[in-house]
Every structure is written in structure tokens, then in C-alpha cells.
Write a protein of this length. Structure first.
Length: 531
């Protein structure tokens, strides 16, 4: 084992030790909630033998679908590009605004391509976030299709590390590959002899991929082994390094639902109600057994007098000696219905922990107008904003920023204007959850205007305090309208100047006509006097 593989193996062991304290709960969550996830012991096939109540798996599916719809809706672009530290309404450079809009549109077109598989990846990651509290996505550039490819990495196969500021900067991921997969990915010359000599094509080897910061390097030298993040494919068991390269940017996005101070992995809605999930499954099992005994009770017999075996199936024949009491069902007097009400309370608790009551926005019996329905929907989305903010900062934002850099690097978009280069780039979000926040601001502004307008009847100059141009720009921005529908300030000034000139010309013509009419009237009056 060379020194590099040995160092990586030691670091991997440390990461595995840190993760081990979470795996007990994760195994229960995997068995009771996210049954299709990889196993944290040996990646055996999923099973549902431990599940007797389907509330938690159903709630997880609704949770993942709700996040996908409210944060990264696949039918609408859920992000915009902004100049860092400069509100869009203060930018009068049309080239900058056009570049921001066009670049966002190009990136979105690649995100929605079938080859990228972003929508499937996001849904798989949301399932991990809702169940285990941590979701991991890998992004890479495909040189053949000239677009990005996204992949959700099972938490069972990953170990993470963070820097001194609490940001994830290290990911170990294991891939179980057979001989032919290894030869195809790394080549014959980079594959050790033990794998080449393997005769069983179904036998898989654990190959680890590690991405972490390169501590010492000269980044000015453009080489894949000299980039800010090092990428290593290695096998601790074989002590072999398959491939070493690098990345300009961290290719993994590690998202945590909530996180306590000092903890590395996230906590999920399933963690919150895990005791309830355990209890409801155990209780449901007992209720099912009790109901089964009531529907198909055990048969009581005397010790002698019956010919075995006893056939209790429909139309079955039971032979007994004459004078022997007949077989009778054993009625225990059990009450399985007693636990049903308690089970309903536990199911409601699970549904609330997964925010399903917010996501589905269940109807009530009262009639509401369309405006009231929208207000109620926006209110629920605003209440979810604290939970969705971490997803935007740890996954959505870094994903868009990296994609912008790649888009410039691979000539998908032209270089940014100097105004952006001098200040930097930022990401804003236009998902339904964020739109609910902006709608509240629009609503408050409109209510303010509606309260001021009646005062103009008493004091007309009160409206001079309101800049209606800024009002229109704010309404358009908060309504997620395309900036292309808004004219630049210089065009607005030119149009108003042209309108003012037309108005002045029309007033001059009207004055001339009035003067001509007055002159004509004067001439007629003088003619009458002389006559």
C-alpha cells in the first residue's frame, strides 16, 4: 500500500467512525420508512417484513413530492441570476440584464434535458433528506453530450467531512464494481493483477471515490492533478490507486434538513417521529393479530376422540369418535378496536412531522374565494421557508453557481460583462415557496398605495412622495416577471421626452388655431363696425 492510499484509508476510517453513531437510527428508518434505500449493513435487497403500517412511507413520498414542487418545480425555472450586492432595479446596464436572463435560460434548458436526469436525481435526494436528514448529489460534465449529468448518491454508500467553517468539503463514496466495469472505467494498465485474474464476473470489489481539498498545490499550473479539489479512486483492500485527478469546484452537494450545532449529519422529519413510527408498527402488529384471532379463532378440542389432522378449511371434514364433544372456536373476548383510535392519533402525528398537512393543503368544510385559497397557500409556504432555506444554500445555490462557471468555460454562454466581473454573481430563487414571500411584499405595497390614493382627493400633492416607476419595477420583480418586458430607464426617459415634445407640439398647434380663430373673429367684428 503506497502512502497516498494509506492516508486516504486512515481518513476514511475516521469518517466511518464518526458516522457509526447515526447508523442505528438509520437502519430503523430504512426498515420502517425508506424501505427502498440501500442497507447500512451490507446493501442487501430491500424488504418490508418489519412494516405493518404504511403511514410513514406514504408521508415520505408526499414530503419528497412537495419539496420538489415547492422548491425546484420542474415545470418552471426556479432560479434567477443577480449581480452580487446590487439589486436588479438599480442596474441600468441593459447588456448586464440581458446576459443574466439569457444565461439563466441556457442553464435551465440543460437542467431540463432528459440526459441530465436532474428531476429524477432531486426526487431521490429529497427522499433521503426526508428519511435520513442528509441527501447527496453528484454533478459532472459529460464531454460527449456536452451537458451536465446529475446522480443521487445513497447515504449508505457515502461518508462526509467538513471544514473549519462547517461547510462540507470532503466526500467518500463507495462503488461496488465487477471486473469488467473496473476495466472499462480505469483501463487495463491501471487495474491490479488480482482483479484481472478474477474469473467470477459477478464478484464485485469495493472501489472508493474521494473528493477533498488539495491542501498544497500550485493552482496556476493547469493540470487535473493540480486543481483545488483532488479526486482519487482507490481500493483500501487492495492498497491500489486506480486514478488521481481533480476538480475546479466541489462536485458534490450535501444537503441537510436540519442540523444541531457540532453535529455533522442532518436530522430529518423521520428522526422527529421515529419513536411514534416504531410504536405504531408494533401496535399495528398486535392489533392485526387480535383481529385475526377474532375472524379466524383457534379451535379447542378434547385431547382424545379426534382423528388428526384437523381440517379447518371450507368444506373440510373433521372426524371424531361418537360421544366426543364437537370442536369449538376459542373466543378470547379480545377488543382490537380499542387501539384503532390511538393509532389514528399516531398517524396524524407522523403526517404533521412530515409536513404533509402543509404540502397537501387539505380542504376544510368552509367555502373560500379564490383569493382566500391563494392567501392560505402562500401562508403555508411562508411557514415552510425556514426549513427550505438550507436546501437552497447547500444544494440549489452551489449547483447553479457551478453551472454558470461551467457554461462560461465550455462556451455555452458568452463571457459576462465587466459590471458582473467587478462585483460577482449571486443566485435568487423563484420557486413557489420563495414566490410566496415576494407575494406578501407585493400585497403590502399595494395595500399601502390603496390607502394613500384616497388622500389625493384632499391633498393632491401627497402622491408626489411615491415613485411609481420604482413601484412598477418592484411589482414586476416580486411577481417573477421576465426583466425583458421592462424597458431600460434610458428608453423610458426617451419615450417620455418624445411624448412631451408631441404634447408641446399639439399645444402649439391648438394655441395657433385659437389665435387664428381670435384674429378671424376680430377681423369679422371690425368689418361689421365699418359696414
Amino acid at each position: 500500500m503506497n502512502n497516498k492510499v494509506k492516508a486516504l484509508s486512515n481518513y476514511l476510517d475516521q469518517c466511518k467512525t464518526r458516522r457509526s453513531q447515526w447508523e442505528s437510527d438509520w437502519r430503523d428508518i430504512r426498515a420502517l420508512v425508506h424501505v427502498n434505500a440501500n442497507d447500512f449493513n451490507s446493501n442487501i435487497a430491500s424488504h418490508t417484513v418489519d412494516i405493518h403500517d404504511g403511514t410513514a412511507p406514504w408521508a415520505l413520498e408526499q414530503f419528497a413530492a412537495g419539496l420538489h414542487s415547492h422548491i425546484t418545480n420542474p415545470s418552471n425555472r426556479w432560479f434567477d441570476l443577480e449581480v452580487a450586492g446590487v439589486p436588479r432595479e438599480l442596474i441600468d446596464d441593459w447588456d448586464t440584464l440581458e446576459w443574466l436572463e439569457d444565461t439563466a435560460s441556457v442553464i435551465w434548458s440543460h437542467f431540463t434535458s432528459a440526459f441530465a436526469k436532474l428531476d429524477q436525481t432531486l426526487h431521490e435526494s429529497y427522499l433521503d433528506i426526508g428519511s435520513f436528514g442528509t441527501g447527496i448529489i453528484y454533478q459532472q460534465w459529460d464531454v460527449v453530450s456536452k451537458t451536465w449529468v446529475f446522480m443521487s448518491c445513497p447515504l449508505a454508500d457515502c461518508w462526509i467531512g467538513e471544514d473549519s467553517n462547517g461547510f462540507i468539503d470532503t466526500v467518500f463514496r463507495v462503488r461496488r464494481m465487477n471486473k469488467f466495469q473496473i476495466l472499462d472505467k480505469f483501463g487495463f494498465e491501471n487495474t491490479p493483477k488480482k482483479i484481472k485474474d478474477e474469473t467470477d464476473s459477478s464478484h464485485c470489489f469495493d472501489i472508493y471515490h474521494c473528493v477533498k481539498p488539495r491542501r498544497r498545490s500550485n493552482f496556476e499550473r493547469v493540470r487535473n492533478t493540480n486543481m483545488p479539489y483532488e479526486s482519487s479512486w482507490f481500493s483500501p483492500d487492495l492498497g491500489h490507486m486506480f486514478l488521481e485527478s481533480g476538480f475546479d469546484q466541489f462536485p458534490y452537494y450535501v444537503t441537510r434538513w436540519t442540523k444541531l450545532a457540532g453535529q455533522l449529519y442532518g436530522r430529518s422529519p423521520a428522526h422527529t417521529c421515529l419513536p411514534t413510527i416504531r410504536m405504531i408498527n408494533k401496535t399495528e402488529k398486535v392489533i392485526l393479530k387480535g383481529a385475526e384471532k377474532m375472524v379466524d379463532p383457534p379451535i379447542q378440542l378434547v385431547s382424545e376422540g379426534f382423528l388428526l389432522p384437523i381440517h379447518t378449511v371450507p368444506s373440510g371434514l373433521i372426524f371424531r369418535e361418537e360421544g366426543t364433544d364437537p370442536a369449538e372456536p376459542l373466543l378470547t373476548g379480545g377488543r382490537p378496536d380499542i387501539g384503532l383510535e390511538m393509532q389514528d392519533q399516531k398517524r396524524e402525528h407522523i403526517i404533521k412531522c412530515f409536513y404533509v398537512d402543509w404540502i397537501l393543503q387539505q380542504k376544510n368544510s368552509t367555502q373560500m374565494t379564490a383569493t382566500e385559497v391563494m392567501d392560505r397557500r402562500d401562508e403555508k409556504l411562508r411557514m415552510m421557508a425556514p426549513m427550505t432555506g438550507r436546501i437552497e444554500s447547500e444544494m440549489a445555490g452551489p449547483m447553479v453557481k457551478r453551472s454558470v462557471i461551467d457554461a462560461i468555460k465550455y462556451n455555452l454562454v458568452p463571457p459576462p460583462p465587466d459590471f458582473i466581473l467587478s462585483r460577482g454573481l449571486d443566485v435568487s430563487y423563484t420557486s413557489p415557496a420563495n414566490q410566496a414571500q415576494r407575494n406578501a411584499k407585493n400585497m403590502n405595497t399595494r395595500r399601502f398605495i390603496e390607502g394613500i390614493v384616497p388622500l389625493a382627493d384632499i391633498k393632491p400633492d401627497v402622491l408626489d412622495a411615491i415613485d411609481f416607476d420604482v413601484f412598477v419595477q418592484e411589482q414586476a420583480k416580486n411577481s417573477n416577471s421576465s426583466p425583458k418586458i421592462m424597458r431600460p430607464p434610458r428608453e423610458i426617459a426617451a419615450i417620455r421626452e418624445q411624448n412631451a415634445q408631441k404634447q408641446n407640439a399639439q399645444e402649439g398647434v391648438a394655441a395657433a388655431r385659437e389665435a387664428a380663430g381670435a384674429t378671424k373673429d376680430m377681423a369679422q367684428a371690425q368689418a361689421l363696425l365699418q359696414g
